[in-house]
Design a protein around this ligand. Structure first.
Ligand code: HPA
Length: 270
């Protein structure tokens, strides 16, 4: 795996020498955030040999290198999901690559279902912690010693410092945010009402199909991590409505202007 990562780094380095400080992964509704930054270079995933290519429509697949104000960033426009059929070690390959390209901080975003009964569709939730008990750990397999230790600590995955930065940034730009625990499940089917009750019993506030595995891989290699979920819908069984991807997309699009404003403010304050 480390050799494969190094080959990917080399193939990106043939196209750009850009050194990012912050890595940003875009979830649903934020896909076009990268179009609004000062772009220095883009690299399509399909041009990187051995790279897992995303198959979900609406998820573009490329790295965008550039500046948010004067902060050098690398943005993943389109992520890889476990439900696409890749092993977890492949799902987190792009995250690891961004770290190997120089990023010191990882900013995760996603769309998620709301488990917390006080959340409404459109709520932005800062991730305080996560639960990945129901999905394979991305670090399973031979440890990549070059990246980190066999048994990495996970007692502060989402950095206390960056959490304070997010709270301040939200105040600064007048965006209301809530806080909570993100539960990652595999998907691609949405949860059953019984599964949602289980997640609530576990202590979850939001549920989704990404993000936490990326946070684990990033912490393994020592990146500072933070994340924000856009609660696009009430989770299964919490309303009479059936869940569908269209509703998720529509809510994400509805709050995207506010979400983007917050993302920018966070990045410049990191
Ligand atoms: N469940 C899982 N993933 C999701 C949801 C959901 O309700 N909404 C957006 N992503």
């Amino acid at each position: 795996m480390y050799k494969k990562l190094m080959a990917c780094v080399e193939s990106i380095r043939k196209k750009t020498n850009f050194k990012p400080e912050v890595a940003l992964i875009l979830g649903s509704g934020l896909g076009d955030y990268a179009d609004g930054i000062k772009v220095e270079a883009t690299v399509d995933y399909s041009d990187i040999e051995g790279f897992p290519v995303s198959t979900v429509t609406g998820h573009k697949g490329r790295f965008v290198f550039g500046y948010v104000e004067d902060v050098p960033v690398v943005i993943m426009q389109g992520r890889v999901h476990y439900y696409e059929g890749y092993p977890m070690s492949e799902v987190v390959l792009p995250t690891r690559l961004m770290g190997m390209l120089g990023a010191k901080k990882l900013f995760l975003t996603n769309a998620a279902g709301g488990i917390n009964e006080t959340f409404e569709p459109g709520t932005l939730m800062m991730i305080t912690d996560h639960i990945t008990t129901a999905v394979p750990n991305p670090l399973i397999g031979k440890n990549i010693e070059e990246l980190g230790v066999r048994f990495p600590d996970m007692s502060e995955v989402y950095s206390n410092r960056l959490r304070e930065v997010i709270r301040e940034a939200a105040k600064e730009c007048g965006v209301k945010i809530r806080e909570g625990v993100y539960v990652q499940l595999t998907g691609p089917s949405y949860e059953t009402p019984a599964e949602i009750r289980m997640c609530r019993g576990w202590g979850g506030d939001a549920v989704g199909m990404s993000t936490a595995c990326e946070a684990i891989a990033a912490r393994h290699m020592g990146l500072e991590v933070c994340g924000i979920s856009c609660i696009t819908n009430l989770a299964a069984g919490m309303s009479t409505a059936k869940l569908d991807h269209k509703e998720v997309q529509e809510t994400a699009d509805r709050v995207s202007a506010e979400f983007k404003k917050l993302v920018t403010q966070v990045i410049v304050s990191m």
